[in-house]
Design a protein around this ligand. Sequence first.
Ligand SMILES: [Zn+2]
Length: 54
Amino acid sequence: MPLVVICPKCKHQQKTNPKKIISAVKTCVYCGHRFKIHSNIKKSRIVRRVLIKS
Ligand SMILES: [Zn+2]
């Protein structure tokens, strides 16, 4: 499932599609900050589902 994550450091949004959300670590493409991606969206402020409506 593609996700939109928000870098906690620079606040940029970017897409990611990890094979395993649990234990996934994303490296921000803007500032290089590495942060964990949480599987529980309610607990995480940095993960959002990708909503594509055209
Ligand atoms: Zn960043």
